[in-house]
Design a protein around this ligand. Structure first.
Ligand code: SF4
Length: 685
């Protein structure tokens, strides 16, 4: 049933104090995370006990509570996810924000909380919203990249309400379509662990670095009437890493906007919210103008931007406290982090080389700018005036790292919640599908390639199958002629908008007529393909990281699923062991690290190579009207052998290659030959 209540102000609650501030300021609903399975793992998040209290507090004020469970789940996290769902139901949560299809199989065991499809699911068009409405979702959180016109169209779908982001940080990449943080360090934005590499300076063809991809913040408090008229059900304030003061102010502003206060006044006040990050506010994509949205450095690179009056230090950058006290000839250090305290004492040796010594105060200042374990020191604590020799500076840093690591570990233990027999039954592992006989180390049998390069490619090589990107109804026939009997799969784009739907439908009709299988890469694509009745597989736009997600997709009619390209070795082995449907694995490629709707044409980036300080290099191109950033150097798993990773198809993704034939025939090299293995040899966070 569609919700019929008035426009809702939905506030972030990184912890209980933020929740209280949100409720005090008049939030209609709050969203929060429990433990680690949510898209803000660096937020303080809630323990089960705090969560129950949060629900009681909110309900006492007439507000609703939405629990975020909106990440791609690894096989080993399925039990935990089921317990989180059970706990959400037991505590009386009003809704759960989801991304992973596995949760759809677990839903019947915990039917009470509504399902809201997270912005991480990439809801960019009416077909996406229709799809998730048909799956029983009460709400779709629309991608942040939509215009007012597109939002209005999506909000007209009967039976499912829409929610939009109105305030807070924006991503450079399309919602739920970013691999950059995963690529540079194994910390996935799709699993709530992004380290924001889009905020750092990038150089262009050797020119000095600029923050080319750092987005302005979103601020739509003066556009509330238009969003209401567009039919939106909820206005979401981003910021589960922000302080209670900020949250209270933001909620207060939106309450006043809904009460009809002068938009110009509200906009002036909202600018103060932007000062928190040092980034100017904008209306995002609402007006279809997509340039001038980036380049604002904000706090991340320099940390020197101003803060709004009264705002506490932002938790996203400064979230532990380090102070010191002199005791005789010794320095006592005190570190406080996430409710834990650690004290240790170091002896202060005589300083022989003063020019090499570091004042403790200077070390503390450096720790405010240089994160350790992703956390930085909050300023403001008293520090004694004492000099430290370099080796003591190193030992203090090492100790901080250890303490933060301990603090970052789950202190709550496993989520304790009794599972319904139905959930227990869903969690029973399946045997692997019999068609998954190819193991890692075998020759790729499928090539993925752009439609425009297919003919030339197939003149030189004959793979067992091709997945073709960028086909239209008009080019399908020529592609089939070029394939000369090689099985061809037509890939739908992961991102398309309302205006693209007619062309997608035409392609689907053409594929249906020609008996061509379609690769779907979004919920909307899946829905449209189903309507046409064409044969389908899923691609990396609907990635699979666990066997339940694979099972759900198989039940939804997909004959083959794509294992997540960012999975690590253990995750691939785990999902292979229980994947109940034919699967494919990309073993070579240059996946899009950013996919962006920002118009960068004025930056003159087309065809250029950008590079960050770590040496990550990506080429800027346009594909289907979107900016794509593919790595210059591919990842390559072809030199590995692992019989535990078994799939039906091993795919070499040649999209973005300078020379697809050379890459297809290329010598994969031996293990340890220096090929980049993406996350295979590291742990995906
Ligand atoms: S655009 Fe990508 S790298 Fe930047 S914040 Fe979003 S998910 Fe992280």
């Amino acid at each position: 049933m569609a919700e019929t209540r008035p426009l809702e102000v939905l506030a972030p609650a990184g912890d209980l104090s933020c929740l209280e501030a949100a409720l005090e300021a008049g939030a209609d609903a709050v969203y929060l995370g429990l433990g680690e399975l949510n898209a803000r793992r660096r937020a303080r998040n809630f323990t089960p006990e705090e969560f129950a209290r949060a629900v009681a507090l909110a309900h006492a004020k007439g507000a609703r509570v939405y629990l975020t469970l909106n990440i791609d789940l690894a096989e080993r996290e399925l039990g935990e996810a089921a317990r989180v769902l059970a706990l959400a139901q037991a505590a009386g949560a009003d809704a759960v924000l989801v991304k992973d299809p596995a949760l759809l199989l677990l839903r019947p065991a915990t039917p009470k909380p509504q399902f809201h499809f997270s912005t991480q699911t990439g809801m960019t068009n009416r077909a996406d919203v229709t799809a998730v409405g048909g799956l029983g979702a009460a709400r779709a959180v629309l991608a942040r990249e939509l215009s007012l016109r597109e939002i209005a169209a999506a909000s007209r779908i009967f039976g499912v309400a829409t929610e939009v982001f109105a305030q807070g940080a924006l991503c450079f990449s399309m919602s739920g379509r970013c691999l950059m943080s995963s690529w540079v360090g194994g910390r996935s934005g799709n699993r709530g662990a992004c380290t924001s590499p889009c905020r750092v300076p990038w150089s262009v063809e050797g020119e000095p670095g600029r923050t080319l991809f750092s987005m302005r913040d979103l601020g739509c408090v003066h556009r509330v009437a238009e969003l209401r008229a567009a039919g939106v059900r909820a206005l979401k304030i981003e910021g589960r890493l922000k302080t209670p003061v900020w949250v209270g102010k933001a909620v207060g502003l939106y309450r006043r906007a809904l009460a009809g206060e002068d938009p110009a006044t509200l906009l002036r006040e909202a600018a103060e919210l932007g000062k928190y990050t040092g980034r100017e506010l904008c209306c995002g994509y609402l007006d279809e103008a997509r340039d001038g949205l980036t380049g604002i450095a904000g706090r991340e690179p320099g940390g020197g931007a101003g803060e709004s009056p009264g705002a506490a230090a932002p938790a996203e950058a400064k979230d532990y406290d380090l102070s010191g006290r002199l005791e005789g000839g010794r320095l006592e250090c005190l570190l406080a982090f996430r409710g834990r305290e650690a004290r240790w004492t170091v002896s202060l040796p005589p300083i022989r080389r003063e020019h090499k010594a570091v004042p403790f105060g200077l070390l503390c200042e450096a720790l405010e700018r240089e994160p350790i374990q992703g956390c930085s020191r909050a300023g403001g604590s008293e520090v004694p005036d004492v000099l430290l020799p370099p080796r003591l500076v190193k030992s203090i840093r090492d100790r901080i790292s250890v303490e933060l690591r301990l603090g970052l570990k789950k202190t709550d233990g496993r989520i304790q919640a009794e599972l319904a027999p139905l959930a227990e039954a869903v969690l029973v592992k399946s045997p692997p599908h019999e068609s998954n006989r190819r193991s890692l180390g075998g020759e790729p049998d499928r090539a993925r390639i752009e439609a425009g390069r297919l003919g030339a490619f197939l003149k030189k090589v004959r793979p067992g199958g091709v997945i073709v990107e960028g086909l239209t109804a008009g080019t399908l026939e020529a592609a089939l002629r070029a394939a000369k009997g090689i099985p061809l799969v037509a890939a739908l784009p992961p991102v398309f908008f309302d205006d693209d739907i007619p062309a997608v439908k035409e392609l689907l009709q053409a594929c249906q007529g020609a008996g061509v299988t379609v690769e779907v890469n979004s919920w909307g694509g899946w829905r449209l393909a189903r309507e046409v009745g064409v044969k389908t597989e899923s691609g990396l736009g609907l990635p699979v990281l666990n066997s339940l997600a694979a099972k759900w997709l198989a039940e939804a009619g997909l004959s083959c699923v794509a294992l997540s390209v960012e999975a690590d070795r253990i995750q691939l082995e785990d999902v292979s062991a229980h994947c109940p449907v034919a699967a494919s694995l990309v073993v070579f490629g240059r996946p899009p690290l950013f996919t962006s709707r920002v118009d960068l044409s004025k930056e003159g980036l087309l065809g250029k190579i950008v590079e960050d300080r770590r040496g990550v290099r990506a080429r800027c191109s346009m594909e289907d009207g979107l900016w794509m950033f593919r790595p210059v150097e591919p990842f390559d798993l072809r030199g590995l052998r692992n019989p535990k990773i078994r799939v039906r198809h091993l795919v070499a993704d040649l999209v973005g290659s300078d020379d697809p034939v050379r890459d297809w025939l290329g010598n994969p090299g031996k293990p340890g030959s220096g090929r980049f293995l993406f996350n295979y040899d590291r742990k995906l966070a």
